[in-house]
Write a protein that binds this ligand. Structure first.
Ligand code: 3PG
Length: 206
């Protein structure tokens, strides 16, 4: 299976979004691509999530589309059926983690403690989501676990911002970061696509 880091194509930042409709997802994708960000994680926090993934896959072939906030085992098949190219979960309960491990695309279950990280590694996950990153110790936690778990890489999300981004990316075990600050709800609701493009440009310039 393709390594997640190889799919990223230079992207260091993954916008995590919750959209209320397909149209919004398409505008967002256009704005992000215009700013050079060619990856998006569309979460299942809204009912429109799966349709949005399908539409963005269909209309924006340059975009790498992931499905986020997967919490149920049966959502893995739904995410794949919608065309998701990577799968993300905030946690890694065993049944869900096993289903994610069996998926034909990269998956990042979430861990916040050393035991969770080790458990997921044993299930085959050398790349994991570190969530909620800010509340779980931030860059200091990642630097702290690196010497004992050097074979695990992380995508921290949850409380990451433009201000803390560089501290995370400076960790030796961080391959990318994710978060909603790049395309936050206030800009989405205001349909301020130009500001989202600007944030994407700033992220891409890292
Ligand atoms: C996620 O699902 O990855 C996070 O909830 C994003 O967290 P943020 O909104 O704090 O960036």
């Amino acid at each position: 299976m393709t390594e997640f880091s190889n799919l990223l194509d230079g992207n260091k930042v993954i916008p995590v979004v919750a959209v209320d409709d397909v149209d919004t997802a398409c505008h967002l994708s256009e704005a992000l691509l215009a700013g050079g960000v060619s990856v998006i994680e569309i979460t299942l926090r809204t009912a429109a999530g799966l349709d949005a993934i399908r539409a963005v896959r269909d209309r924006f072939p340059a975009m790498l589309v992931g499905c986020g906030t997967i919490r149920q085992v049966d959502e893995v098949a739904m995410a794949l059926d919608a065309g998701s190219q990577f799968l993300v979960s905030p946690g890694g309960p065993t049944a869900l983690a096993k289903q994610l491990a069996a998926a034909p695309v990269p998956a990042l279950p979430g861990a916040a403690t050393v035991t969770e990280m080790m458990t997921l590694f044993d299930l085959g996950f050398a790349t994991q989501k570190f969530f909620p990153a800010g509340a779980s110790g931030g860059p200091a936690m990642l630097k702290g676990v690196h010497p004992i778990l050097p074979e695990i890489s992380f995508c921290p999300t949850g409380g990451v911002s433009a201000d803390t981004l560089n501290d995370y990316l400076a960790c030796p075990n961080v391959i990318c970061v994710g978060g909603s600050w790049l395309a936050p709800n206030d800009l989405i609701n205001a349909r301020d696509w130009a500001s989202i493009t600007k944030r994407a440009e700033d992220a891409r310039a890292l």
